[in-house]
Design a protein around this ligand. Structure first.
Ligand code: NCD
Length: 302
């Protein structure tokens, strides 16, 4: 049976750990010809910089070739071709499909239609499992563990797909505590909070971005997802709601690290960049090794 990665819950905790082990191996030795002779389709129906480039670099470092598009404007989607037909055809050409799409559920649908494995590189406000695996790798590298951590998630917790997948993954580890900082209109969706309640995991919701971050091990900042708002006025009200400044990090724990999936707009002031607690650019680099690991795992190359 083919292996897809659509939601982070498609993988077990053992698989998360296996991928991190592989990522560490690719970090020491990034160029391994495991995909030689294989073709990967990279289908980006929604804009991306890091996710697409780190995937395509990962494929190149594995010796594979890439076909696809970075902009749906250059695909037959503009002529009215259905996702069904595009995927059916591409899965005849390629050995693996990496896909980003603006609609929630599009990746699952593609996996059902495709005869080759599909990796979800983000579907609307729903899931972003490959980001989560690189986030786990970044947390493990900086904290030395994935257990007993106090995670702060800040910003757009409603439309931010990265925090949805990360919450589910972290809930598989021992004794996490979640602190959600968001305006009321951008709170973590009920279903994810319910998931924590069912597992007996503690979480706290705040609207103020204050001294409380002194308890954090990880501060995960997010961008307000402008493209998901149906009313531009609603976006204007919350666009600059939380800005992390260097001075706010003074009383934080020595081990705390600031993560952000990027792109940042205004959420992290540039004066944080030189603080040793800033980790977002290293996090983006970890993405390349982690994506090599994910491909190797899904294609059973190791
Ligand atoms: C994130 C995404 O696309 O969901 N970016 C990324 O993949 N690195 C976060 C965002 O766009 O805000």
């Amino acid at each position: 049976m083919k292996k897809d990665l659509i939601s982070i819950t498609d993988f077990t905790k053992e698989e998360y750990l296996r991928i991190m082990e592989l990522a560490a191996d690719f970090e020491t030795n990034p160029n391994q010809e495991l995909l030689k002779g294989k073709v990967v389709a990279s289908l980006f129906f929604e804009p991306s910089t890091r996710t697409r480039l780190s995937f395509e670099t990962a494929i190149s470092r594995l010796g594979g070739r890439i076909v696809g598009f970075a902009d749906p404007g250059s695909s037959s989607a503009t002529k009215g071709e259905t996702l069904h037909d595009t995927i059916k055809m591409v899965s005849n050409y390629a050995d693996l499909i990496v896909m980003r799409h603006p609609l929630e559920g599009a990746a699952r649908y593609a996996a059902e239609v495709s005869s080759v494995p599909v990796i979800n590189a983000g579907d609307g406000a729903n899931q972003h499992p490959t980001q989560t695996l690189l986030d786990l790798y970044s947390i493990l590298k900086t904290q030395g563990t994935l257990d007993n951590l106090n995670l702060f998630m800040v910003g757009d917790l409603k439309y931010g797909r990265t925090v949805h997948s990360l919450l589910q993954a972290m809930s598989e580890f021992e004794n996490p505590i979640f602190n959600f900082i968001s305006p009321q209109v951008l709170q973590m969706p009920r279903a994810y909070k319910h998931h924590l309640e069912e597992k007996g995991i503690r979480y706290f919701e705040h609207e103020e971005f204050t001294d409380i971050i002194s308890e954090a091990d990880i501060i995960y900042m997010t961008r307000v997802q402008k493209e998901r708002f149906s009313d531009p006025m609603e976006y204007e009200k919350v666009r600059n709601i939380y800005i992390l400044k260097n001075s706010m990090l003074e009383n934080t724990k020595p081990n705390v690290r600031i993560l952000h999936p990027l792109p940042r707009v205004n959420e992290i002031s540039t004066d944080v960049d030189n603080n040793e607690k800033a980790y977002y650019f290293e996090q983006a680099l970890n993405g390349m090794y982690t994506r090599e690991a994910i491909i190797a795992h899904v294609m059973n190359l190791k």
